[in-house]
Design a protein around this ligand. Structure first.
Ligand SMILES: [Zn+2]
Length: 282
């Protein structure tokens, strides 16, 4: 299934990197053999040969006549020498996915950044004559105020990929970045929700139609079984775990779709509570 339709909202994934694999202990430092045994009983594909597999995708929403993009993945031509898989990519797969939807970058009305990590803001900008310019010239970009303030103060120390400088600041300099707070409504029935922990000001997008776009509050289906496991990239692992547990409990009760940034195809799940953590549900 390529498109998910919920009432007045239609949702399509735009894939930038289909499979991006990491040693499970690199992504989840507290992962143990006990976790592995439990996972193998449920779904052995989640960790195979010691690797956990992530997809990097944006979500394209059509809602109230607006075209909304959630997260800009890794993007094209970005200098990411610390991360060979992300370094100077052509970006063709993502651009082709956008054009397969009958859309050009000019057609995007709103770009929401759940947070400002390099695998979520890349497409914000593109290289033109050696200068980073907004990829989506007609879009209003959105970012959490806490998130932006944190990176503005700390990017020189903490942003090892340089994404804040090449994919966020050029948007701000053009006056196209709007900073928003918890509860801000992107349009009727779409509200941002603070979910701190992975980053200080991480935002989710809550759709009344029955879905929550949770960015990196949850990275992998592994965390459905073990919501306490935070990733090595979480700035505050304890807070991230608390936010994740709260969200998963709520979603299992509302039976809304959980739509993270890095889940395997189709990218969305419903979940139910089971003896150990949660499992996917229909
Ligand atoms: Zn991510």
């Amino acid at each position: 299934m390529k498109q998910l339709d919920l009432a007045d909202l239609s949702i399509t994934g735009l894939t930038d990197i289909q499979t991006f694999s990491l040693p499970v202990e690199t992504l989840f430092p507290d992962f143990t053999k006990i976790h592995l045994e439990e996972l193998q009983r449920w779904d052995p594909s989640i960790v195979s040969h010691g690797l956990v597999h992530l997809t990097v995708r944006s979500w394209l929403l059509r809602h109230s006549g607006k075209i909304i993009l959630i997260d800009g993945c890794v993007g094209a031509n970005k200098e990411r020498p610390n991360h060979p898989d992300w370094h100077r990519r052509s970006g063709l797969e993502w651009l082709n996915a956008l054009s397969a939807e009958g859309l050009r970058p000019e057609d995007i009305d709103i770009v929401m950044c759940t947070h400002l990590h390099a695998d979520h803001v890349g497409w914000n900008t593109r290289l033109e004559n050696g200068v980073w310019v907004p990829t989506f010239p007609n879009a209003q970009y959105l970012c959490g105020r806490l998130e932006y303030d944190f990176w503005l103060r700390n990017y020189q120390a903490f942003d090892k990929h340089g994404a804040f400088a090449d994919s966020v600041l050029p948007i701000v300099e053009k006056g196209k970045m709007q900073l928003v707070d918890d509860g801000w409504e992107l349009s009727d029935g779409l509200a941002v929700e603070l979910g701190s922990g992975h980053t200080p000001g991480h935002l989710c997008l809550n759709a009344k139609a029955g879905a929550i776009f949770c960015g990196d509050v949850v990275h992998s289906p592994l965390q459905l079984k073990f919501p306490e496991l935070s990733s090595a990239f979480c700035s505050n692992p304890k807070a991230a775990s608390k936010t994740r547990k709260k969200l998963l409990r709520r979603i299992s009760e509302t039976h809304d779709f959980l739509i993270p940034a890095h889940f395997p195809d189709p990218g969305w799940v419903k979940i139910k509570k089971v003896k150990v953590g949660y499992e996917t549900d229909r």
